[in-house]
Write a protein that binds this ligand. Structure first.
Ligand code: SF4
Ligand code: SF4
Length: 189
């Protein structure tokens, strides 16, 4: 007889929620660390990929949702490809990112801010304005002088046009974002 571990049976509500949000087979993890040994960002991560799985199993919700690694993950899928148990830490991270946006203590990673500015620009304008993105990012993160040495050359090379018109299709984009929000609500209910 084979027995399957159920997320909620050991780790409680948090693991069940994460499993429902990510569809990652997290209770099958052996802690073999093959995910971590192939992950391109593990060396600088505050929480390694195999530790993410363990923290979900142990119900360490607040620590995990505040982790920078959730947003540093590049979604390269190396962990999912290497895992002998078909656990996808990449899918887990996607689900945890969505959950962290409504968390009491969200991640302090600047990627969250970048992502928010990027998606607002896509929704409003349909294309990126690099100068506007950089200005918003610097103001919101107070990294006012970081990388400023590169600015003259980028302007000179035409890599950062100061003005760009919006792409057509604003109403279609708006409808698309609303459909995505509704689909997400439907998935949660
Ligand atoms: S490779 Fe798979 S089984 Fe091994 S630690 Fe990572 S998630 Fe767990
Ligand atoms: S998907 Fe994320 S966690 Fe997995 S190997 Fe790539 S960067 Fe690491």
């Amino acid at each position: 007889m084979t027995m399957a571990l159920a997320a909620g049976g050991i780790a409680g509500d948090f693991a069940s929620q994460v499993e429902a949000e990510s569809h990652a087979n997290l209770m099958a993890c052996l802690q073999c660390k093959k995910c971590t040994s192939g992950c391109p960002v593990a060396a600088m991560a505050d929480v390694k990929p195999h530790e993410i799985v363990r923290m979900v199993q142990f119900g360490q919700r607040d620590e995990l949702l505040a982790s920078k690694m959730l947003w540093q993950c590049t979604s390269c899928q190396t962990c999912a490809t290497r895992c002998p148990q078909k656990v996808s830490v990449a899918a887990l991270n996607d689900g945890l990112r969505r959950m962290s946006l409504g968390a009491k203590a969200p991640s302090k990673s600047a990627v969250v801010t970048f992502n928010d500015i990027f998606m607002r620009a896509v929704r409003r304008r349909g294309r990126m304005n690099e100068a506007g993105l950089m200005a918003s990012f610097k103001l919101r993160t107070l990294r006012l002088f970081q990388d400023m040495g590169k600015l003259p050359m980028m302007l000179w090379k035409g890599k950062m046009p100061l003005f760009q018109s919006a792409a057509p299709g604003r109403s279609e984009r708006e409808a698309m974002f609303k459909r995505a929000a509704q689909a997400r609500k439907g998935g949660q209910s």
